[in-house]
Design a protein around this ligand. Structure first.
Ligand code: ADP
Ligand code: TPW
Length: 579
């Protein structure tokens, strides 16, 4: 507390009764003026006092063990709330650690602001070797939607406002805000300071679609024989849950959710075509993309995956996204809520339903695949495999439909996505657009802090390793996070051998039979080691009922995984080496 008070400058005799404040206070005041109540970060020169002050002023400061995970927590908080998540780091190395998360947020269209302290501009620009010297502003630019630096205390209000608006308006993304140490200690007249604060009005204004673009899409849909709707995480982010559901139900069109759009409508919805994914992608003739890009995750909208010729309707807030991979027959540019509402106006109550043959064909394929999957899930091999363990997790999520699910790994990601049904919007957070490993504990902490609800983090053993030290953070804040490690002794699996017979193990192999459950015990959390679905179910139920920090080491057959999960097609060299 003393430190906090010390940084508020004393009045000098010359200043008479004039009240002064400083950059530290103004940054906090500017965030609070915009209803930002949480900072995820890691302290050090020059931002330790900023973190202390945030706490003293009633904000939550969640301190991490590595900035990347603080950044990931901020990013997922932004995705969940449409308010930018804030990550605070020290200069150069701390900033760079946070930059990975900032770049990932920008790539995934998550709104966040990375605020980093920086060293003396005069010394940095002359490259004279300051403490943690780095030209952070320019380093951030290629990886952020916007990057700003504030040099004068009176500009802090406008700088924070600009960062907020840049993060959430239009296509959301990561914003970098550079705060030199000198700025934080600058003093300024308190009245002038107060007047310089900006409360951002309507940070992400609605963007209404052009009526003719809506009509073009409706005309195309009316002529469709085999229509399909594809929901992406932009649709989940937009929080237009009711409009999207009404559009799908009124048009009767089968839909596919991308992984983070699962639960926007419950995965058990009768119009969900998830279990017939390959079939509907290949066979459809008109596809409506709602907040989903035709990137690698959708095979760029062409090739064998997409089979028969088709026409696309695309709803996106970014006009530039149109025609990025294939021609878009009916682009609708605007925010998803407004676009879908405009479509709904045209759809009315008597929209022509898709031909019966199409719906029957989709249902037939879906039922066949569901039966096949049920047979696979019913098996109980020893040791456990991905499927028998995921059957248990699927049932737990069904019993706890408001649980937040975090998911990363290769096989662990691909199988969990396919097997675990989601029931509510914005409850599934995963490796996203980059297929990045390392989001696990950061997303889990961000989701737990933001929602105040239980998190289930489903992690490959390799994936977990990227953020494992944050177990201490989870225990320190007593967050209701249950982490389940699919432990198959390595990256993808644990059976590779060094072809030379030398003493180093193969590049994909870890220590055999590692006990990840002991890691959480080191910090006072509860660990479980399980080898059967029954043990897994018991541990999970206990863990979730406790609401405490828990970790379940689920021992999986080390031969069960496939290389790169379902991305084998992107890994041709490896396939060739194995021949
Ligand atoms: P997925 O990986 O689930 O397919 P993507 O991240 O590729 O989803 O696509 C999300 C898309 O959603 C982006 O193109 C982004 O511009 C768009 N988007 C995000 N928020 C909105 C919104 N509120 N309104 C319209 N489009 C949005
Ligand atoms: C930042 C490459 C993709 S998937 C994976 C790695 C290392 C781990 C797979 O093993 P895991 O899962 O987690 O044990 P499972 O279920 O197959 O056993 N570095 C980063 N991102 C990526 N994607 C990689 C490396 C990778």
């Amino acid at each position: 507390m003393a430190d906090v008070l010390e940084i508020r400058p004393q009045e000098s005799a010359e200043e008479n009764a004039q009240q002064m404040t400083d950059g530290f206070h103004l940054v906090i005041d500017a965030l609070k003026a915009n209803d930002i109540d949480t900072i995820f970060g890691l302290v050090g020169i020059p931002i330790t006092d900023l973190a202390r002050l945030a706490q003293a002023e009633g904000m939550r400061f969640i301190g991490f063990r590595h900035e990347q995970h603080a950044g990931n927590a901020a990013a997922i908080a932004g995705y969940m709330t449409q308010k930018p998540g804030i990550c605070l780091t020290v200069s150069a190395p701390g900033f760079l650690n946070g930059l990975t998360a900032l770049a990932n947020a920008t790539t995934n269209c998550f709104p966040m602001i990375l605020i980093s302290g920086s060293s003396e501009r005069e010394i940095v620009d002359l490259q004279q070797g300051d403490y943690e010297e780095m030209d952070q502003l320019n380093a951030a630019k290629p990886y952020a939607k916007a990057a700003y630096r504030v040099l004068h205390a009176e500009d802090i209000g406008i700088g924070v406002a600009r960062a907020i608006r840049a993060a959430v308006s239009g296509r959301p993304g990561g914003v970098y805000l550079d705060l030199p140490a000198k700025l934080l200690s600058q003093t300024i007249d308190a009245v002038k300071a107060k007047q310089s604060l900006v409360r951002v009005i309507d940070a992400a204004p609605r963007q209404l679609p052009a009526p003719d673009s809506v009509k073009r899409a409706i005309d195309l849909l009316k002529g469709a024989k085999r229509p399909l709707v594809l929901l992406g995480k932009g649709a989940a982010y937009s929080q237009a849950d009711k409009e999207i559901r009404a559009f799908i139900e009124k048009t009767g069109i089968p839909y596919l959710p991308m992984s983070m759009a699962k639960g926007l409508l419950p995965d058990t919805h009768e119009q969900s075509a998830s279990a017939a994914r390959s079939f509907v992608l290949a066979e459809s003739d008109v596809v409506v993309l709602v907040g989903a890009r035709l990137n690698w995750l959708l095979s760029h909208g062409k090739g064998k995956t997409w089979g028969k010729p088709k026409q696309f309707v695309q709803i996106d807030i970014s006009a530039q996204e149109m025609d990025s991979n294939v021609a878009i027959a009916a682009p609708i540019v605007g925010d998803i809520g407004s676009c879908v509402a405009s479509l709904l106006d045209q759809v009315g109550d008597n929209f022509p339903q898709p031909p019966k043959e199409w719906l029957d064909a989709v249902n037939e394929k879906k039922n066949k695949n569901l039966e096949k999957m049920a047979a696979t899930l019913a098996k109980s091999p020893s040791p456990m495999n991905f499927h028998s363990a995921l059957r248990v997790l699927r049932d737990i999520v069904k019993q706890n439909p408001d649980i937040n699910v975090v998911n990363e790994g290769a096989n662990t990601l691909d199988y969990a996505r396919a097997i675990i049904d989601m029931y509510q919007p914005r409850k599934r957070f995963d490796s996203g657009t980059w297929g990045v490993m390392g989001i696990g504990m950061g997303f889990a902490i961000g989701a737990a802090v933001t929602s105040g609800k239980q998190v289930l983090a489903i992690e490959g053993d390799s994936a977990f390793g990227f953020s494992g030290m944050e177990l201490e953070t989870i225990c320190r804040y007593q967050l209701p996070v249950c982490t389940v490690i699919f432990n198959n002794n390595g990256v993808y699996r644990g059976t590779d051998v060094n072809p030379t017979g030398g003493k180093d193990v193969a590049p994909t192999v870890f220590v055999k039979d590692a006990r990840y459950d002991k890691m959480i015990e080191a910090f006072g959390g509860i660990g479980y080691n399980v080898t059967t679905p029954e043990e897994l179910e018991k541990a999970l139920k206990e863990a979730i009922a406790s609401g405490k920090p828990t970790l379940i080491n689920a021992v999986i057959d080390e031969a069960a995984g496939t290389e790169s999960g379902r991305l084998t097609n992107l890994n041709p060299q490896s396939a060739a080496m194995k021949k």
